[in-house]
Design a protein around this ligand. Structure first.
Ligand code: FEO
Length: 167
């Protein structure tokens, strides 16, 4: 494996692990604030990010590279509102997307078409996750400070889907 690409993939392992820890923290926050639906949503997101991470670990090792399992800083757990919680979600996804785009850019520079091909799965995943994050934020903007709106949002969150165009 091209060392520069191996390094970038290992960095990506770290970003996915970081997202997984962040969403677990957000799930826990939701749990302790009475939002069980939102908690379930983020527990699920956290597991998905762990899958993203493990897929990278296996791929690096299969390509005779060395996957490095990173130390993770304590994630953020101080959210003032649901809006802030979901803004953090979108920011995290946008950050990961930017990093994936960078890996793809470097794959083309190094003519590493195998990794380029592997990363397409991540591009599709990101498109969907960013769309979900934006959809949920848009709903929260409509709801504003309305407490019964928050109640319904929490009740229904696990039935929302990304727009059809990105599924
Ligand atoms: Fe795997 Fe949503 O970043």
């Amino acid at each position: 494996m091209i060392p520069e690409i191996e390094k970038l993939l290992n960095d990506q392992v770290k970003y996915e692990a970081k997202a997984s820890a962040q969403y677990l923290s957000m799930a826990s926050w939701a749990d302790t604030h009475g939002y069980n639906g939102i908690a379930d949503f983020f527990y699920k997101q956290s597991e998905e990010e762990r899958v993203h991470m493990t897929k990278l670990v296996k791929f690096i090792n299969e390509r005779s590279g060395n996957a490095v399992i990173p130390a993770i800083d304590q994630p953020r757990d101080d959210f003032k509102s649901l809006m802030e919680l979901f803004e953090t979600f979108l920011e995290s996804e946008e950050f990961v997307t930017a990093k994936i785009n960078n890996v793809i850019y470097e794959c083309l520079q190094f003519k590493d078409y195998n990794v380029h091909n592997f990363m397409q799965w991540y591009v599709a995943e990101q498109l969907e996750e960013e769309a979900i994050a934006r959809t949920l934020l848009d709903k929260l903007k409509i709801i504003g400070d309305d407490k019964s709106g928050h109640y319904l949002f929490d009740r229904d969150i696990n039935t929302f889907q990304a727009p059809e165009a990105v599924r």
